[in-house]
Structure formats: C-alpha cells, structure tokens
Design a protein around this ligand. Structure first.
Ligand SMILES: Nc1ncnc2c1ncn2[C@@H]1O[C@H](COP(=O)(O)OP(=O)(O)O)[C@@H](O)[C@H]1O
Ligand SMILES: [Mg+2]
Length: 366
C-alpha cells in the first residue's frame, strides 16, 4: 500500500490543483496540511474510479495501479508496479512507447483505441487517454493513462455495421431485380419478337436488333454507374416520361403515358436522383408485370402533381388477379415496389379485379 500511496501522491498532486488550495493556507504548516488533504482526496478518487488508471516512468515501468486496473487487467497492484507495461501486448509496445514519449514532451493524447492484455492473456479493446504527470516545479516526471473497456461499444458498432451491410445487400438485390433484371427481360422479349419478324416482316428485324443492342449498352452503362456508386445516372423528374416510354416500348406494351399537368421545375429540387430512380424502378416492375401476367390490350401510365403529392398510376385492362391486396403477402416484385414506396415516404396501393384489370397507385409526398 506504501508504494500505491506514494505513487498517488506523485500522480495526484498536479501543480495547479494543489497550488490553488495551498494559496488559501497561510502558514507553512497549514500549506503542508492542505496539500496532504488534497492528495488524500485525489488518492481516494483514483481508488474509487471505474476506469483503470495507471502511471509509469518514461521506460514504461509502472509506478501506480489503481483498484479498477487490478480488476480490469487481472494483475494486482503488487504484481504490476515495477513491471514494464505488463498490460501491453508485445506487438503494441512500440505504440505504447510512442505515447509515453509524447507525454514526456508534455502532450495529452485522448481516446486512442487500442488493445490491452489481461494477465490471463485475454485481449480487451480499450480507449486510452494518456497525459503527462507534473511535479511541483511543473516538470514532467511520469505519464499516466486512463483506460476504458470498449468491448461493448465495439460489439455494438460491429452489429450496426453488419446490419448496414445486410440492408445494403437487400438494396442491391432489389435494385438488380427491378432494374437490370427487368431491362434484360424486356430485351429478351424484343429478341424473341425478332424471331417472329424474320418470317412475318424481315425488314423490321435490323432496326429491332439495333434497338436491342442500344438497350443492352444502356444496361451495361447502368451497371457501370451502379458499381461506381453513382446509382445510375443522375436522373431528374423530367427524365421519367422518356425513360418510361422507352421501357414500355421495349416490352411491346401499348402504353399511353399521360402527364396530367406539366410537372413543376421545383420537383427536380425536391426529389433526389435516388428518389427518381426508385420511382423508375417501381414503374419498370409494374410494366413488366403487365407484360408478363396481364395480357392487357392497353396500359395507361399517369403521372400528376396533385397539391403536395406526386401521384403515379399504372393501370391495365388485363386479366387482373385474385390475391390478397395486402402487398406484404404478395410476390417479390410487389414487395420491392411497396418497400421503395415506403423509402420514399409514400404509399403504394393495388386495385385488381379479375377480368377487368389492375391499377397500381403510388402516392408520394412532395
Ligand atoms: N398487372 C398484373 N396483371 C395480372 N396479374 C398481376 C399483375 N401484377 C401482378 N400480378 C400477379 O401478382 C403476382 C406477383 O407479382 P410480383 O410480386 O411482381 O411477382 P412476379 O412478377 O415475380 O411473379 C404475379 O405472379 C401475378 O400473378
Ligand atoms: Mg413481377
């Protein structure tokens, strides 16, 4: 205990803290008593601290080791004091020495994330703050360190990272399904149609093939942009009608596109490229469904700005389907659309009647 008491005296009595108390004392005896009192108080504080607080000389030899350090590193004070950095793993000794060197020059280093080793060999992630210890004349005489176990914080961070990765994976899967996969499906339909044209109208084959090639180039460019993290080209609301029309044409849909009112130019400022891209993905999936499942004669795509809402309706006069109107219980494509609508802060509704047709209604707040 003697070693702990003397080390704490050296550690605890920083020049300023004692000086301010001592300044109040008048006689030398009073000053001495006050200094003793302050040091005793600081010593008690060190002992009751929840963080491991240690100090050492400039070779790394431990001078003090509080109670929390005993618990944290599983070295008793007796075992640790006098040893050179017993809690630092071999590979991290250069880092620890560099920290001590900086403290020796008077620097305080805050919240370094590193690793320490317990006496049983277990490694613990820690956050360390190291500071110089000054004597009564203001000279740096040692370095002290406060170490905090950050295992829980790290585990939480890793969990968050894992969740973010999973969400990202879902998002990429969804984007591929609604984007590239649908575009490739549309191109495959065009190529299939070329086979029919070969016998019925051969002169239409070359332009159709040229379109397919151009569309494949677009897909390849979309993928490149996507991989580059650009999430497709920087789409704006004004690009929507053109993109929707060319996609519908690729699916050979008799699609009528209605923009009810000229979309205001402010929309471009309100809707991010990512939002426009989400809307386009919804339209692509909906149109692919019309082509795949509805046998519709006509499809109407209506985009309108109604007050503070952007309303998109995709309506076909096809087969309709019997099924739950609870989108969550439907297929992958419909679920993706619903998820995208939620991401945009809006909602998606589906109205379908067998033999009459299907309407998908997307409402987005602006
Ligand atoms: N416009 C539509 N007309 C008729 N049936 C549709 C239409 N849209 C969706 N469906 C039905 O809903 C089902 C689920 O659609 P979706 O979630 O996109 O999955 P997928 O297209 O992969 O089958 C389809 O299999 C189809 O039976
Ligand atoms: Mg689908």
């Amino acid at each position: 205990m003697q070693a702990r008491a003397s080390a704490q005296t050296q550690l605890g009595c920083s020049r300023q803290s004692v000086a301010s108390s001592v300044a109040l004392a008048t006689s030398r005896a009073d000053r001495h008593a006050t200094a003793e009192q302050v040091c005793g108080y600081l010593g008690a504080l060190l002992e009751s601290a929840g963080d491991a607080i240690t100090s050492g000389d400039f070779t790394g030899k431990m001078l003090s080791w509080n109670h929390a350090a005993e618990v944290f590193y599983a070295y008793s004070e007796k075992e640790a004091v006098g040893e050179v950095l017993p809690m630092v793993p071999e590979g991290l000794l250069p880092e620890a020495r560099s920290i001590i060197g900086r403290c020796q020059k008077g620097e305080t280093i805050r919240n370094i994330e590193t690793v320490r080793r317990r006496s049983d060999g277990r490694l613990i992630p820690v956050s360390v703050t190291a500071a110089p210890v000054l004597n009564g004349s203001g000279e740096v005489v040692a370095a002290c360190a406060i170490s905090r176990d950050i295992s829980a914080t790290k585990a939480l961070r890793e969990q968050e990272l894992k969740m973010a990765r999973l969400n990202e994976r879902d998002r990429i899967g969804m984007d591929l399904h609604d984007g590239v996969v649908q575009s490739l499906y549309a191109i495959s339909l065009r190529l299939e149609n070329c086979i029919t044209l070969l016998t019925t109208a051969p002169h239409q084959v070359p332009p159709s093939l040229e379109k397919a090639i151009a569309e494949l180039k677009d897909v390849s460019q979309d993928i490149t942009h996507y991989v580059d993290g650009l999430n497709g080209s920087a789409l704006t609301v004004k690009d929507l009608p053109g993109r929707v029309a060319s996609f519908a044409a690729g699916l050979h849909l008799d699609a009528h596109i209605v923009i009810e009112r000229p979309l205001s130019s402010e929309l471009d400022a309100t809707l991010s490229a990512r939002s426009v891209e989400n809307i386009l993905h919804i339209v692509r999936e909906a149109l692919t469904n019309v082509a795949k499942h509805s046998q519709a004669r006509a499809t109407q795509i209506r985009l309108s700005e109604q007050g503070d809402k952007l309303v998109l309706s995709i309506k076909d006069d096809g087969a309709g389907f019997i099924g739950s109107c609870d989108i969550a219980k439907l297929g992958h494509g419909l679920r993706n659309m619903s998820h995208r609508a939620q991401t945009l802060g809006g909602c998606l509704a589906i109205k379908t009647t067998p033999g009459i047709g299907t309407e998908l209604l997307l409402e987005l707040p602006l």
